[in-house]
Design a binder for this molecule. Sequence first.
Ligand code: GLY
Length: 324
Amino acid sequence: MKRRNFLKVSGLASAGLAVSAEAKPLEQRRLISGAPCVLSTWRHGVDANKAAWAVLDQKGSALDAVESGVRVTESDPESQSVGLGGLPDREGKVTLDACIMDHESNCGAVAFLQNIENPISVARRVMETTPHVFLAGKGAYRFAREQGFPHTELLTEKSRKAWEKWRENEKAEKPPINQENHDTIGMLALDAEGNLSGACTTSGWAYKLHGRVGDSPIIGAGLFVDNEVGAACATGMGEAVIRIAGSATVVELMRHGYSPQQACQEAVERIKAKHKDLKGLQVGFLALNRSGEVGAHSVYAGFDYAYRDAQSEEMRKASFDRNW
Ligand code: GLY
C-alpha cells in the first residue's frame, strides 16, 4: 500500500497524531540497532527484568532473556495475575495463557493451560520442538507433561480466598479490569546482537468464564516481534486488544514511520474508536524498536512499566488518555 493511502486508512488525521516530517517508511530508513535493554509491564517487571538483564549482560540472547525474565513472575505466588497464585476463573480453576516470539519470527503459544507453573517455557518448547505454533487446553497440558514439566497446584490459599469472597458477592456482572486483577506480564528485549524477542504470560481476566482465552497467547494481539522494525506487547482487557490485533498493529505502525510512542498512542486511539463504552476498559501497550527507543501508552491512568539497561533500572509511568 502506498504510504499516502496507508495514512488515510489508519485514521491518523482523525486521531490527531501527526507523524513527524522526518518519519519515513522502513525501506527509506536505516534503523541502527541500539544497546541491550529490557522492559516489562507493571511493577512485577522489576524482578523479572533483573533475571532478564542477567542474561543480556552476559551477551545472552533476547529470547533467553525474556523467557528467564517472565518465569520469575510466573513462579511468584504473590503475583495474582500470572502463573502460580493467579486468580482463577469463576469455577475456581487457574487457567494460563502465554506466548513467546523471537527475532526470526519463530513463535510458540499455549492457552487454557492448567497445573503448569511456567507456561512461557511450554510455549517455547512448542516453538522449538513441534511443527506447530499454538497448543491449548488438555493437549497443551499433556504436551507439557511429556516434556517433563511437573504438575503443580496453582491455586494458592490467598487466591482461593479472594475467589470465595468474589463468589459471595457475584452479581453476574463483569469483574472490573484493573491493576489488581488483570496485570499480565509482557516483556520486550533487545540483545547485544541487535536482536529482539518478546514474551507475554497471564492468568487472564479474574473470574472469567471457564474456557475464556484473552489476547496474551495470541501472536499479533498480546505480543508481536518483527526484527526489522520492533516489538510490542499489550496488557489490560484482552478482548479489546484482539479486536485491533493490538501488538501487530503497533509494530506495523512503526514500520510505516511511527515512533514507538506514536504507535502505542495510535493503537489506543483505534481501541477507543471501536468501543462505544470505555468504562473500565483499560488497555496499555509497550513498544521497543530496533534502535532501543521505547513507547508506552494506555487508555486510563495507572499503567507503569519497568525498564532496565546498562545505565538504568527504573519504573516509568506510561502516558494515558483518561483519568479513571
Ligand atoms: N490481557 C490479558 C487478558 O485479557 O487475559
